[in-house]
Design a protein around this ligand. Structure first.
Ligand code: OAD
Length: 254
């Protein structure tokens, strides 16, 4: 049995499946990853300047400009075949480090954004003000209409704590999963990456699809493109696996 067949069989047989995704899932939609040595954001920009509370305090305009550039890129992007096939399996729950909305635009409904959402702004002082913004025409630096503090993207920066409710829901989803499908992440940013070890510790099978090997342990590792492998892996589930698309239970013995 090839690794692809093994992965497909594990996914088709699993009861509850959760996914854990990173920038590699959206790479083939034209969204840059973070750690690619030439095109990755962190090869070209300093995360301390652009993705930290200290960086925002030092030069808020620079930070907003960078996020608005990313927002306009995202507005022009489309979900790829990997997003679409994940969305077609309506019973999957997605825990993502991605701040983009490509899974939702593909039709996925159960998406937990560990690192926040680039489509939302919030008050930097966390007074409670939040605003959904137009990705194609994002507003510039401005004060919070409630309290006057600067408005910032509702994403998690280095040195910040993840939103407790999202983290707890992610841990719960992965604790309940029989299989975790890990896609397009270097698995180096914690606490998010610890969810892969958590899945192992609760006895879930782990299948990894990534362009390069990662450190996390897995039952099956497929090295290559998400667009190439993810639809293939999910094929059995979409066409009759447990909890697949409506109608897929026909002929299933419980
Ligand atoms: P990385 O850039 O660290 O890793 C992306 C992974 O995707 C790499 O291992 C690539 O080899 C792989 N990859 C690239 N293209 C792919 C493709 N087409 N198909 C499959 N795999 C592909 O991105 P993340 O792991 O998402 O956090 O990074 C984690 C966090 O670090 C991000 O959420 C962000 C970043 O700093 C914050 O900003 C807080």
């Amino acid at each position: 049995m090839s690794s692809l067949e093994h992965a497909r069989a594990l996914v088709a047989e699993a009861g509850r499946v959760a996914t854990f995704t990173g920038a590699g899932l959206s790479a083939e939609s034209g969204i840059a990853t973070f750690r690619d040595p030439t095109t990755g954001y962190w090869a070209r920009y300093d995360p301390a300047e652009l993705a930290s509370p200290v960086g925002f305090a030092a030069d808020p305009e620079l930070v907003i400009d960078w996020y608005n550039h990313r927002r306009r890129t995202l507005a022009a992007a489309e979900p790829n075949a990997a997003h679409r096939s994940l969305a077609e399996c309506a019973d999957l729950i997605h825990v993502t480090q991605n701040v983009d909305d490509l899974l939702e635009r593909a039709g996925a409904r159960r998406v937990l954004h560990l690192h926040g959402s680039i489509g939302l702004d919030r008050c930097d002082r966390a007074c409670g003000y939040e605003e959904r913004i137009d990705l194609a025409a994002p507003p510039g630096l401005r004060p919070c209409p409630f309290c006057g503090a600067p408005i910032r993207p509702a994403v998690v920066w280095f040195g910040e704590t993840l939103q407790e409710a999202v983290w707890n829901a992610s841990v719960e989803a992965i604790s309940r999963a029989d299989l975790l499908l890990v896609i397009g992440t270097s698995g180096v940013v914690y606490p998010a990456a610890g969810l892969i070890d958590h899945a192992r510790s609760t006895g879930a099978a782990v299948v990894v699809v990534n362009a390069e090997p990662i450190r996390s342990p897995a039952d099956v590792v497929l090295i290559g493109s998400a667009v190439e492998f993810v639809p293939e892996i999910l094929a059995g589930r979409r066409t009759g696996g447990p909890g697949g698309s409506p109608g897929s239970d026909v002929g299933r013995l419980d």
